[in-house]
Design a binder for this molecule. Structure first.
Ligand code: 5RP
Length: 235
């Protein structure tokens, strides 16, 4: 198995998941928006990966000169493999960005971070003037927290303190995200831990309140960001 298929397997992207028609349709819509000279913020996840495949085709066929700023190691590796040149926030600012999401509510607020990349995803979205969130209909919810907990990246030694403070904010269940296929917790790209937290009510202050806890690096709550939602039917 080459590294690309082994990474896809490790990420849990079964053929079923990445071949869902809905995801492929929104991925194609993103590729159509790319213009020569663009600097793209590139989110993470399987929908983003599908968009990269379509963008790589355009680069090859139309000799487009674009650069991407990736939000995770896995996406950097896919970009390199697909011949999509990369840059960093030290040198460039994104002209626009695309990313996936785990949940989208009617106010266009999001839960992200199933892949644990929410810190860099939020940094890029904050730097980018135009943002597209690409989802299939399974991600649309009436209320954030319906299907997914809120991922929170924390400095490891702050674990007990942060847990105590999250309970004060109303967390009803806090799970230390386990490593895949081995004992112990998962370690983020920034060498931190990730907590998956269930809240019964997520109000508009929740993102700021979580971020206000010393030890919290970032949460997967994106409330009130300037995002355009591109949604495709799951067929
Ligand atoms: C990773 C993310 C992803 O964008 C989110 O999990 C959606 O993933 P997928 O497109 O595979 O459904 O936030 O941190």
């Amino acid at each position: 198995m080459n590294w690309e298929s082994s990474l896809i397997k490790n990420l849990g992207w079964s053929a079923d998941i990445i071949n869902i028609g809905g995801k492929q349709k929104v991925a194609a819509q993103i590729a159509e928006k790319v213009k020569d000279g663009d600097v793209l913020g590139i989110g993470s996840g399987s929908t983003v990966y599908l968009a990269l495949l379509a963008i790589a085709d355009r680069i090859k066929n139309e000799k487009l000169n674009i650069k991407g700023i990736p939000t995770s190691l896995e996406i950097s590796m896919f970009c390199s493999k697909l011949g999509i040149p990369l840059t960093t926030l030290f040198e460039n600012k994104p002209d626009w960005l695309f990313d996936g999401a785990d949940e989208v509510d009617p106010n266009k607020s999001l839960i992200k971070g199933r892949g644990g990349a929410m810190f860099k995803e939020k940094l890029l979205i904050s730097c980018s003037p135009v943002n597209y969130i690409i989802v299939d209909e399974s991600k649309i919810v009436d209320k954030l927290g319906t299907n997914f907990p809120v991922p929170i990246e924390i400095f490891p030694q702050s674990l007990l303190y942060v847990e105590q403070e999250l309970k004060q904010l109303g967390a009803t269940n806090i799970l230390l995200r386990p490593a895949k296929g081995k004992d112990g917790p998962i370690i983020s790209e920034n060498n931190n831990l990730i907590l998956d937290c269930k809240f019964n009510d997520i109000d508009s202050n929740m993102e700021k309140n979580i971020k206000g806890i010393t030890g919290v690096i970032e949460s997967g709550l994106f409330i009130g960001y300037n995002v355009n939602i591109l949604e495709a039917e799951n067929k």
